[in-house]
Design a protein around this ligand. Sequence first.
Ligand SMILES: Nc1ncnc2c1ncn2[C@@H]1O[C@H](COP(=O)(O)OP(=O)(O)OP(=O)(O)O)[C@@H](O)[C@H]1O
Length: 253
Amino acid sequence: MLQLNNISKSFGGLQVLQGVNLTVPQGGIFGLIGPNGAGKTTVFNLVTGLLRATSGNIAFNDQDIGKVAPHKITERGIARTFQNIRVFKEMTLLENVVVGMHDHMNYGLASLLLNLPGYRKIESAARERALELLSWVRLDHKAHLLADSLSYGEQRKLEFARALATKPKLLLLDEPVAGMNPSEKTELMREILNIKERGYSIFMIEHDMRFVMGLCDRIAVLNFGRIIAEGTPGQIKNNQEVIEAYLGKEEAE
Ligand SMILES: Nc1ncnc2c1ncn2[C@@H]1O[C@H](COP(=O)(O)OP(=O)(O)OP(=O)(O)O)[C@@H](O)[C@H]1O
């Protein structure tokens, strides 16, 4: 579904990614792990068009997206959540999700400004869809509350619903359980599995090993900008190079 071919990225003299090859298959949950500063977020920024690779190419459903603008990449079916939660706290949950949809709604500016029936119909369909997405993450009962009233874990779930509002095929999650307590982690794990079961493909960066190992179908490991291993959780857990990357060579021995 998503392919990174021989991707390198430098910031000035700093080479952050070197010859990265990755294939995220359709369906399932693919994890990208690696020590701090390994280059994981840079991979996401390249895939979503926020950064351009220094060399190599990126294909999504066999189409080159390496030079496509971020909003066009969203339109093609890639959505993302960020490491730091970004919800509009002064808006209701419903409004947060509807805002996520707006780029995809097809009405002219005139009908928007004049509040014509065509606009009202689309707007009410959007609200209905937003409610449905909120129900997927079990937040529909709070649809009319301000996002500010949500717990940290609930805000993350709201972010999932908002990302799904853009009708993605592939959902990128950047450290979804960062800062969560154990019960919030367990609940988010369930939500991510639910999203997968609805047919979405998920590409996730995560530091929490128990979470990654329990959730992902396949995992790639990035270390100093290079992929050092790719495989099932069982294969990754027992890979000597991975163990050394995390523990340091001497300690691993
Ligand atoms: N825009 C930028 N300009 C300069 N250097 C950058 C930029 N973005 C990232 N870097 C550097 O690239 C390296 C990789 O950063 P990146 O955020 O991709 O790592 P990461 O694996 O996501 O780390 P973490 O797990 O800590 O979030 C770091 O040394 C970082 O300082």
